[in-house]
Design a protein around this ligand. Structure first.
Ligand code: C2E
Ligand code: MG
Ligand code: MG
Ligand code: MG
Length: 292
Protein backbone atom coordinates (compact mmCIF):
# COMPACT_ATOMS: atom_id res chain seq x y z
CA UNK A 1 0.00 0.00 0.00
CA UNK A 2 2.81 2.36 0.88
CA UNK A 3 4.50 1.70 -2.46
CA UNK A 4 1.40 2.66 -4.42
CA UNK A 5 1.44 6.10 -2.83
CA UNK A 6 4.55 6.92 -4.85
CA UNK A 7 8.18 7.75 -4.29
CA UNK A 8 9.59 9.52 -1.29
CA UNK A 9 6.79 8.55 1.04
CA UNK A 10 8.97 6.78 3.55
CA UNK A 11 7.02 8.40 6.37
CA UNK A 12 3.76 6.89 5.13
CA UNK A 13 5.47 3.54 4.90
CA UNK A 14 6.80 3.55 8.44
CA UNK A 15 3.52 4.94 9.74
CA UNK A 16 1.67 2.03 8.04
CA UNK A 17 4.08 -0.44 9.59
CA UNK A 18 3.48 1.05 13.00
CA UNK A 19 -0.25 0.90 12.49
CA UNK A 20 -0.05 -2.76 11.46
CA UNK A 21 2.14 -3.63 14.43
CA UNK A 22 -0.12 -1.65 16.73
CA UNK A 23 -3.19 -3.45 15.44
CA UNK A 24 -1.57 -6.82 15.85
CA UNK A 25 -0.66 -6.04 19.44
CA UNK A 26 -4.17 -4.79 20.08
CA UNK A 27 -5.62 -8.02 18.70
CA UNK A 28 -3.11 -10.31 20.35
CA UNK A 29 -3.43 -8.82 23.81
CA UNK A 30 -7.20 -9.30 23.95
CA UNK A 31 -7.54 -12.55 22.06
CA UNK A 32 -7.51 -14.91 25.03
CA UNK A 33 -9.90 -12.77 27.06
CA UNK A 34 -12.20 -12.44 24.08
CA UNK A 35 -13.47 -15.98 24.31
CA UNK A 36 -14.34 -15.55 27.99
CA UNK A 37 -15.91 -12.14 27.34
CA UNK A 38 -18.13 -13.63 24.63
CA UNK A 39 -16.81 -11.25 22.01
CA UNK A 40 -16.94 -13.85 19.22
CA UNK A 41 -19.97 -14.49 17.07
CA UNK A 42 -20.76 -16.80 14.17
CA UNK A 43 -22.15 -15.01 11.15
CA UNK A 44 -24.00 -17.09 8.59
CA UNK A 45 -23.86 -16.82 4.82
CA UNK A 46 -26.62 -18.64 2.90
CA UNK A 47 -25.79 -21.38 0.42
CA UNK A 48 -28.11 -21.52 -2.56
CA UNK A 49 -29.23 -24.46 -4.69
CA UNK A 50 -28.59 -23.08 -8.18
CA UNK A 51 -31.33 -24.85 -10.15
CA UNK A 52 -34.13 -23.87 -7.74
CA UNK A 53 -32.71 -20.82 -5.98
CA UNK A 54 -33.64 -22.30 -2.60
CA UNK A 55 -31.52 -21.76 0.52
CA UNK A 56 -30.12 -25.17 1.47
CA UNK A 57 -27.98 -24.09 4.38
CA UNK A 58 -25.23 -21.71 5.43
CA UNK A 59 -21.53 -21.38 6.08
CA UNK A 60 -20.57 -20.26 9.58
CA UNK A 61 -18.00 -17.45 9.48
CA UNK A 62 -16.36 -16.23 12.66
CA UNK A 63 -16.48 -12.57 13.68
CA UNK A 64 -14.87 -10.81 16.63
CA UNK A 65 -16.62 -7.80 18.10
CA UNK A 66 -13.51 -6.09 19.42
CA UNK A 67 -14.25 -3.34 21.97
CA UNK A 68 -11.85 -0.86 20.34
CA UNK A 69 -11.55 -2.00 16.73
CA UNK A 70 -15.18 -2.89 16.05
CA UNK A 71 -16.07 -6.04 14.14
CA UNK A 72 -12.93 -7.86 13.00
CA UNK A 73 -12.88 -10.57 10.31
CA UNK A 74 -11.12 -13.92 10.70
CA UNK A 75 -8.31 -13.15 8.24
CA UNK A 76 -7.03 -10.65 10.81
CA UNK A 77 -7.13 -12.86 13.92
CA UNK A 78 -7.20 -16.56 12.89
CA UNK A 79 -3.46 -16.53 12.03
CA UNK A 80 -2.71 -15.06 15.48
CA UNK A 81 -5.00 -17.62 17.12
CA UNK A 82 -3.20 -20.39 15.21
CA UNK A 83 0.20 -19.22 16.44
CA UNK A 84 -0.86 -18.75 20.03
CA UNK A 85 -2.76 -22.03 20.33
CA UNK A 86 -6.06 -20.27 21.03
CA UNK A 87 -7.39 -21.80 17.83
CA UNK A 88 -8.13 -25.06 19.67
CA UNK A 89 -10.51 -23.66 22.33
CA UNK A 90 -11.84 -21.17 19.76
CA UNK A 91 -12.46 -23.91 17.22
CA UNK A 92 -14.24 -25.94 19.89
CA UNK A 93 -16.43 -22.93 20.68
CA UNK A 94 -17.25 -22.56 16.96
CA UNK A 95 -18.33 -26.21 16.72
CA UNK A 96 -20.38 -25.95 19.91
CA UNK A 97 -22.13 -22.82 18.69
CA UNK A 98 -22.75 -24.23 15.20
CA UNK A 99 -24.19 -27.51 16.50
CA UNK A 100 -26.28 -25.50 18.98
CA UNK A 101 -27.72 -23.53 16.06
CA UNK A 102 -28.53 -26.76 14.21
CA UNK A 103 -30.34 -28.00 17.33
CA UNK A 104 -32.26 -24.73 17.59
CA UNK A 105 -33.29 -24.93 13.94
CA UNK A 106 -34.98 -28.28 14.61
CA UNK A 107 -37.38 -26.44 16.90
CA UNK A 108 -38.22 -23.50 14.64
CA UNK A 109 -39.06 -25.25 11.39
CA UNK A 110 -35.60 -24.88 9.82
CA UNK A 111 -34.55 -28.49 10.43
CA UNK A 112 -33.77 -29.07 6.76
CA UNK A 113 -30.91 -26.55 6.70
CA UNK A 114 -27.27 -27.67 6.80
CA UNK A 115 -24.43 -25.75 8.38
CA UNK A 116 -20.84 -25.73 7.11
CA UNK A 117 -18.02 -24.99 9.56
CA UNK A 118 -14.38 -24.20 8.74
CA UNK A 119 -11.71 -26.31 10.40
CA UNK A 120 -8.18 -25.07 10.98
CA UNK A 121 -5.14 -27.21 10.25
CA UNK A 122 -4.40 -27.56 13.96
CA UNK A 123 -7.89 -28.83 14.73
CA UNK A 124 -7.37 -31.56 12.14
CA UNK A 125 -4.00 -32.56 13.58
CA UNK A 126 -5.15 -32.80 17.19
CA UNK A 127 -6.72 -35.87 18.78
CA UNK A 128 -9.80 -34.42 20.38
CA UNK A 129 -11.94 -33.52 17.38
CA UNK A 130 -13.92 -36.73 16.87
CA UNK A 131 -14.77 -37.14 20.56
CA UNK A 132 -15.80 -33.46 20.71
CA UNK A 133 -18.08 -33.85 17.73
CA UNK A 134 -19.66 -37.07 19.01
CA UNK A 135 -20.46 -35.45 22.36
CA UNK A 136 -21.81 -32.22 20.90
CA UNK A 137 -24.01 -33.89 18.28
CA UNK A 138 -25.43 -36.35 20.80
CA UNK A 139 -26.12 -33.62 23.41
CA UNK A 140 -27.89 -31.44 20.84
CA UNK A 141 -29.72 -34.36 19.24
CA UNK A 142 -28.54 -33.24 15.80
CA UNK A 143 -28.33 -35.47 12.73
CA UNK A 144 -24.61 -35.53 11.77
CA UNK A 145 -25.63 -35.23 8.09
CA UNK A 146 -26.66 -31.61 8.76
CA UNK A 147 -23.08 -30.69 9.66
CA UNK A 148 -20.44 -30.14 7.00
CA UNK A 149 -16.79 -29.54 7.82
CA UNK A 150 -14.70 -27.45 5.41
CA UNK A 151 -11.00 -28.08 5.21
CA UNK A 152 -8.60 -26.37 2.81
CA UNK A 153 -6.49 -28.54 0.55
CA UNK A 154 -3.30 -27.05 2.02
CA UNK A 155 -4.45 -27.96 5.55
CA UNK A 156 -5.40 -31.48 4.43
CA UNK A 157 -2.08 -31.96 2.65
CA UNK A 158 0.07 -31.03 5.67
CA UNK A 159 -0.29 -34.63 6.79
CA UNK A 160 -2.17 -36.48 4.06
CA UNK A 161 -2.30 -39.87 5.78
CA UNK A 162 -3.66 -38.41 8.98
CA UNK A 163 -6.17 -36.28 7.08
CA UNK A 164 -7.29 -39.31 5.12
CA UNK A 165 -8.04 -41.17 8.35
CA UNK A 166 -9.80 -38.16 9.87
CA UNK A 167 -12.02 -37.52 6.85
CA UNK A 168 -12.89 -41.19 6.68
CA UNK A 169 -13.85 -41.19 10.38
CA UNK A 170 -15.97 -38.07 9.91
CA UNK A 171 -17.83 -39.57 6.98
CA UNK A 172 -18.31 -42.88 8.80
CA UNK A 173 -20.31 -40.81 11.33
CA UNK A 174 -22.37 -39.24 8.54
CA UNK A 175 -20.70 -35.83 8.88
CA UNK A 176 -20.17 -34.19 5.50
CA UNK A 177 -16.73 -33.10 4.32
CA UNK A 178 -15.89 -30.36 1.82
CA UNK A 179 -12.59 -29.17 0.37
CA UNK A 180 -12.47 -25.36 0.69
CA UNK A 181 -10.70 -22.93 -1.65
CA UNK A 182 -10.36 -25.71 -4.21
CA UNK A 183 -7.55 -25.13 -6.71
CA UNK A 184 -5.49 -22.70 -4.62
CA UNK A 185 -3.33 -25.15 -2.68
CA UNK A 186 -0.70 -26.02 -5.30
CA UNK A 187 -1.31 -29.67 -4.50
CA UNK A 188 -1.80 -32.45 -6.99
CA UNK A 189 -5.22 -33.73 -7.93
CA UNK A 190 -4.27 -37.14 -6.57
CA UNK A 191 -5.65 -36.22 -3.17
CA UNK A 192 -9.13 -36.36 -4.69
CA UNK A 193 -8.50 -40.09 -4.88
CA UNK A 194 -6.99 -40.25 -1.42
CA UNK A 195 -9.73 -38.42 0.48
CA UNK A 196 -13.37 -39.34 0.93
CA UNK A 197 -15.32 -36.16 0.24
CA UNK A 198 -18.86 -34.91 -0.28
CA UNK A 199 -18.17 -31.72 -2.15
CA UNK A 200 -15.63 -29.22 -3.30
CA UNK A 201 -15.84 -25.45 -3.05
CA UNK A 202 -14.50 -23.62 -6.06
CA UNK A 203 -12.40 -20.72 -4.82
CA UNK A 204 -13.60 -17.17 -5.34
CA UNK A 205 -10.40 -16.43 -7.25
CA UNK A 206 -11.63 -18.55 -10.18
CA UNK A 207 -15.18 -17.19 -10.08
CA UNK A 208 -14.25 -13.50 -10.07
CA UNK A 209 -13.33 -13.15 -13.78
CA UNK A 210 -15.36 -16.09 -15.07
CA UNK A 211 -17.07 -13.90 -17.69
CA UNK A 212 -13.95 -12.16 -19.03
CA UNK A 213 -11.13 -14.66 -18.59
CA UNK A 214 -11.45 -17.76 -20.81
CA UNK A 215 -8.89 -19.60 -18.67
CA UNK A 216 -10.93 -19.13 -15.51
CA UNK A 217 -14.07 -20.17 -17.38
CA UNK A 218 -12.33 -23.33 -18.59
CA UNK A 219 -10.96 -24.14 -15.14
CA UNK A 220 -14.37 -23.72 -13.53
CA UNK A 221 -16.29 -25.77 -16.07
CA UNK A 222 -13.64 -28.52 -16.04
CA UNK A 223 -13.66 -28.56 -12.24
CA UNK A 224 -17.43 -29.01 -12.21
CA UNK A 225 -17.17 -31.90 -14.70
CA UNK A 226 -14.33 -33.51 -12.77
CA UNK A 227 -16.21 -33.26 -9.47
CA UNK A 228 -19.35 -34.75 -10.95
CA UNK A 229 -17.39 -37.55 -12.61
CA UNK A 230 -16.01 -38.37 -9.15
CA UNK A 231 -19.49 -38.32 -7.64
CA UNK A 232 -18.92 -35.06 -5.72
CA UNK A 233 -21.12 -32.00 -5.39
CA UNK A 234 -19.73 -28.58 -6.32
CA UNK A 235 -20.39 -25.21 -4.74
CA UNK A 236 -18.92 -21.95 -6.03
CA UNK A 237 -17.93 -19.26 -3.52
CA UNK A 238 -17.72 -15.51 -4.02
CA UNK A 239 -20.55 -15.23 -6.54
CA UNK A 240 -21.19 -11.50 -6.86
CA UNK A 241 -23.01 -11.03 -10.17
CA UNK A 242 -26.03 -12.48 -11.92
CA UNK A 243 -23.81 -13.25 -14.95
CA UNK A 244 -21.53 -15.40 -12.77
CA UNK A 245 -24.53 -17.25 -11.35
CA UNK A 246 -25.90 -17.78 -14.88
CA UNK A 247 -22.56 -19.17 -16.07
CA UNK A 248 -22.37 -21.55 -13.11
CA UNK A 249 -25.97 -22.69 -13.56
CA UNK A 250 -25.41 -23.25 -17.28
CA UNK A 251 -22.36 -25.38 -16.44
CA UNK A 252 -24.27 -27.53 -13.94
CA UNK A 253 -22.69 -26.19 -10.75
CA UNK A 254 -24.88 -27.48 -7.91
CA UNK A 255 -24.75 -24.63 -5.41
CA UNK A 256 -23.49 -21.10 -4.93
CA UNK A 257 -22.64 -18.70 -2.16
CA UNK A 258 -21.74 -15.03 -2.42
CA UNK A 259 -22.67 -11.38 -2.03
CA UNK A 260 -25.15 -11.66 -4.94
CA UNK A 261 -27.39 -13.72 -2.67
CA UNK A 262 -26.39 -12.38 0.72
CA UNK A 263 -23.47 -11.32 2.87
CA UNK A 264 -22.62 -13.14 6.08
CA UNK A 265 -25.12 -11.99 8.73
CA UNK A 266 -26.00 -12.63 12.37
CA UNK A 267 -27.97 -15.87 12.95
CA UNK A 268 -31.18 -14.08 13.94
CA UNK A 269 -31.25 -12.22 10.64
CA UNK A 270 -30.45 -15.40 8.71
CA UNK A 271 -33.36 -17.19 10.39
CA UNK A 272 -35.79 -14.35 9.62
CA UNK A 273 -34.67 -13.90 6.00
CA UNK A 274 -34.56 -17.61 5.30
CA UNK A 275 -38.01 -18.15 6.81
CA UNK A 276 -39.25 -15.32 4.63
CA UNK A 277 -37.90 -16.96 1.48
CA UNK A 278 -39.23 -20.42 2.28
CA UNK A 279 -42.40 -19.59 0.34
CA UNK A 280 -40.43 -18.62 -2.73
CA UNK A 281 -36.95 -19.31 -4.04
CA UNK A 282 -34.18 -16.78 -3.69
CA UNK A 283 -33.14 -15.60 -7.13
CA UNK A 284 -31.56 -12.32 -6.26
CA UNK A 285 -30.33 -10.47 -3.20
CA UNK A 286 -32.03 -11.31 0.09
CA UNK A 287 -33.97 -8.64 1.91
CA UNK A 288 -32.58 -7.06 5.04
CA UNK A 289 -29.50 -4.99 5.73
CA UNK A 290 -26.19 -6.36 4.51
CA UNK A 291 -23.56 -6.65 7.18
CA UNK A 292 -19.77 -7.07 7.16
P1 C2E B 1 -13.55 -19.16 3.48
O1 C2E B 1 -13.94 -20.32 4.29
O2 C2E B 1 -13.06 -19.41 2.10
O3 C2E B 1 -14.82 -18.21 3.50
C1 C2E B 1 -15.23 -17.41 2.43
C2 C2E B 1 -14.87 -15.97 2.64
O4 C2E B 1 -15.31 -15.22 1.50
C3 C2E B 1 -15.55 -15.31 3.84
O5 C2E B 1 -14.66 -14.34 4.35
C4 C2E B 1 -16.76 -14.63 3.21
O6 C2E B 1 -17.25 -13.55 3.97
C5 C2E B 1 -16.16 -14.17 1.91
N1 C2E B 1 -17.16 -14.00 0.86
C6 C2E B 1 -18.33 -14.64 0.72
N2 C2E B 1 -18.98 -14.25 -0.40
C7 C2E B 1 -18.19 -13.33 -0.99
C8 C2E B 1 -18.30 -12.55 -2.20
O7 C2E B 1 -19.27 -12.64 -2.97
N3 C2E B 1 -17.27 -11.71 -2.49
C9 C2E B 1 -16.19 -11.60 -1.68
N4 C2E B 1 -15.23 -10.72 -2.03
N5 C2E B 1 -16.04 -12.32 -0.54
C10 C2E B 1 -17.02 -13.19 -0.19
P2 C2E B 1 -14.41 -14.19 5.90
O8 C2E B 1 -15.71 -14.34 6.64
O9 C2E B 1 -13.62 -12.95 6.11
O10 C2E B 1 -13.52 -15.46 6.24
C11 C2E B 1 -12.23 -15.58 5.75
C12 C2E B 1 -11.64 -16.92 6.04
O11 C2E B 1 -11.45 -17.11 7.44
C13 C2E B 1 -12.53 -18.09 5.62
O12 C2E B 1 -12.41 -18.30 4.23
C14 C2E B 1 -11.98 -19.20 6.47
O13 C2E B 1 -10.83 -19.76 5.87
C15 C2E B 1 -11.57 -18.47 7.73
N6 C2E B 1 -12.58 -18.69 8.77
C16 C2E B 1 -13.79 -18.10 8.93
N7 C2E B 1 -14.43 -18.59 10.00
C17 C2E B 1 -13.62 -19.54 10.53
C18 C2E B 1 -13.72 -20.44 11.65
O14 C2E B 1 -14.73 -20.49 12.38
N8 C2E B 1 -12.66 -21.27 11.88
C19 C2E B 1 -11.54 -21.26 11.09
N9 C2E B 1 -10.54 -22.11 11.37
N10 C2E B 1 -11.42 -20.45 10.03
C20 C2E B 1 -12.45 -19.60 9.74
MG1 MG C 1 -15.02 -21.93 4.12
MG1 MG D 1 -13.47 -20.81 0.74
MG1 MG E 1 -11.72 -18.64 -0.28
Amino acid sequence: AAKSRGRGNFQFFSRDMNAATHERLLLESRLWQALEQREFELYLQPQIDLPSGAVIGAEALLRWHHPELGTVGPDRFIPIAEESGLILPLGEWVLQRAIGLLGHWQTVGLGHLRLAVNLSARQCQGHGLLAQLDGMLADAGVDPALLELEITESAAMQDPERSRALLQALRARGIRVAIDDFGTGYSSLSYLKLFELDRIKIDRGFVKDIESDPNDAAIVSATISLAHALGLEVIAEGVETMAQADFLRAHDCDEAQGYLFARPMPPGQFERDTCATLDGPLRGPMSGQASV
